[in-house]
Design a protein around this ligand. Structure first.
Ligand code: ADP
Ligand code: ADP
Length: 226
């Protein structure tokens, strides 16, 4: 499904060069649930951004669904990203001025769905996350847990084959965190591949595989019981 081979990425700032990711190789299967752990600054977000085609590695190879994207144009990366990947972030990243329905609709508008199909998909996605009763609210009228459920609805409404979640429960209490984890597991149950960054070992242990990063390198991988 998603493969990176010997990727590295460094950031240059004025006089310092930071190696964020060094020689990382990963092969993620379709339908797999992968958790990435590691201390602050070890390269988790950098890796997730490369996997999500939001950023490019300096060296190495990136493949999604059998397509080698290492040399792809920005335009092709955007096309593949929009057709294949849904994102969930720690800080929800909803648009404050838009209602729940309008936030969820954003991803569908990009992709040219008609009004009727948009409505049906939005209702189904909001049902899945239990937020249909808040359709006309704006984000600030919702609790954090509710906002993240809306963000999950926005990620799943296009039926992406891959969901990337960067500390999706980092700003939530444990009950809301567990609810969002369950939504990600539901997506895996429907065959979606999920890659999640988390600081919670209890959450990581609910994945199929736990990957430990340290100083930009994979230091261990644990296959977990299904
Ligand atoms: P994590 O998500 O594990 O906290 P990051 O991938 O955000 O780690 O960062 C990895 C390293 O790269 C850190 O040392 C960080 O300071 C550095 N870094 C991340 N983004 C940038 C950037 N835009 N410019 C310069 N350095 C960066
Ligand atoms: P929860 O305990 O469910 O995480 P809260 O205690 O923050 O959420 O909110 C309880 C209910 O009040 C929720 O249904 C939410 O939609 C509503 N609510 C919270 N904050 C506001 C607000 N600023 N304006 C309108 N409704 C709100």
């Amino acid at each position: 499904m998603l493969k990176v081979k010997a990727i590295s990425k460094a950031y240059e700032t004025s006089d310092v060069r930071t190696h964020a990711i060094s020689d990382v190789s990963l092969d993620i299967a379709e339908g797999e649930f992968v958790a990435i752990m590691g201390p602050s600054g070890c390269g988790k977000s950098t890796l997730l951004n490369i996997l999500g085609l939001l950023d490019r590695a300096d060296t190495g190879r990136t493949e999604l669904l059998g397509e080698d994207l290492s040399q792809a144009s920005d335009r092709d990366l955007t096309r593949v990203r929009r057709s294949t990947i849904g994102f969930v972030f720690q800080s929800f990243n909803l648009v404050d001025e838009l209602t729940v329905v309008q936030n969820v609709e954003l991803g569908l508008l990009y992709r040219g769905f008609g009004a009727r199909e948009r409505r049906e998909r939005i209702e189904a996605a909001l049902d899945q996350v239990g937020m249909r009763h808040r359709a006309r609210h704006v984000p600030k009228q919702l609790s954090g847990g509710q906002q993240q459920r809306v963000a999950v609805a926005r990620a799943i409404v296009c039926a992406p084959r891959l969901i990337l979640a960067d500390e999706p429960t980092g700003n939530l209490d444990s009950a809301n965190g567990a609810a969002v984890m369950q939504l990600l597991k539901d997506a895996v149950g429907r065959g979606t591949t999920v890659v999640m960054v988390t600081h919670s070992l209890a959450q990581a242990d609910q994945a199929d595989r736990r990957i430990q990063l340290l100083d930009g390198r994979i230091v261990s991988q644990t296959q977990l019981g299904a």
